[in-house]
Ligand binder design. Structure first.
Ligand code: HEC
Length: 147
C-alpha cells in the first residue's frame, strides 16, 4: 500500500515537473491562441461563404474573441521569448509595432462585438468588421509567427 502511494506521488510530480515560469507563460499563450482560433473559425467560415450567417452565434463568437484578445497584453513576457514557441524574436525587439498590432486586434474585435449586437444578417457592416479582425490575424502571423 505504502509503496503504491509513494510511486503514485512520484508519478504525479514527474508529470508536472517541467513547469518553469517560461514554460508556463508559453503554454498559457498557446492556449489563448488556440481558443482565439476555435472561436473565430465560425466567423471566418461565414466570411468565406462556407457557412451561413444564420448558422453562427456571432455575438457569442465575437464576445469571446474580444475577451481573449484582451489577454494578449500579458501573454508575451520577456522570459517567454525562447522555448517551444512559434513566437518570433522580433516581438521583443520590435515591441512598439507588435503592441500596436495587439491594440488594433483588440479594437477591431470590440468593434465586431458592436456590429454583432445590432446585426441580423451577414451585411456589409458584418463583413467589413469580421474582415478587419481576420486581417489582424494574418498580418501579425506574417510578421511575428514562425510558419
Ligand atoms: C498581435 C499578433 C497576433 C494576432 C493579432 C493574432 N495572432 Fe495568432 N499567434 C501569434 C503568435 C506570435 C503565435 C505563436 C504563439 C506561440 O507559439 O507561442 C500565434 C499562434 C496562433 C495559433 C496557434 C496556437 C498554438 O497552439 O500554437 C492560432 C490557432 C492562432 N494564432 C490564431 C489566431 C487567430 C484566428 C487570430 C485572429 C482572430 C490571431 N491568431 C491573431 C500572433 C498573433
Amino acid at each position: 500500500m505504502l509503496t503504491a502511494t509513494f510511486s503514485l506521488t512520484a508519478a504525479a510530480q514527474q508529470a508536472s515537473a517541467p513547469s518553469s515560469p517560461a514554460l508556463q507563460a508559453i503554454n498559457v499563450r498557446k492556449a489563448i491562441f488556440t481558443l482565439i482560433g476555435s472561436n473565430f473559425r465560425p466567423v471566418g467560415e461565414v466570411l468565406q461563404g462556407r457557412a451561413t450567417y444564420e448558422s453562427v452565434d456571432l455575438p457569442k463568437s465575437a464576445n469571446r474573441v474580444a475577451f481573449l484578445a484582451g489577454l494578449l497584453n500579458d501573454a508575451f513576457p520577456d522570459n517567454s521569448a525562447v522555448g517551444d514557441t512559434k513566437a518570433r524574436p522580433e516581438i521583443w525587439s520590435n515591441r512598439a509595432d507588435f503592441d500596436k498590432r495587439v491594440k488594433d486586434f483588440q479594437d477591431h474585435s470590440a468593434a465586431l462585438v458592436q456590429v454583432a449586437a445590432g446585426e441580423k444578417s451577414g451585411s456589409d457592416a458584418f463583413r467589413a468588421g469580421a474582415a478587419a479582425v481576420g486581417q489582424d490575424c494574418k498580418g501579425c502571423h506574417e510578421n511575428y509567427k514562425v510558419k
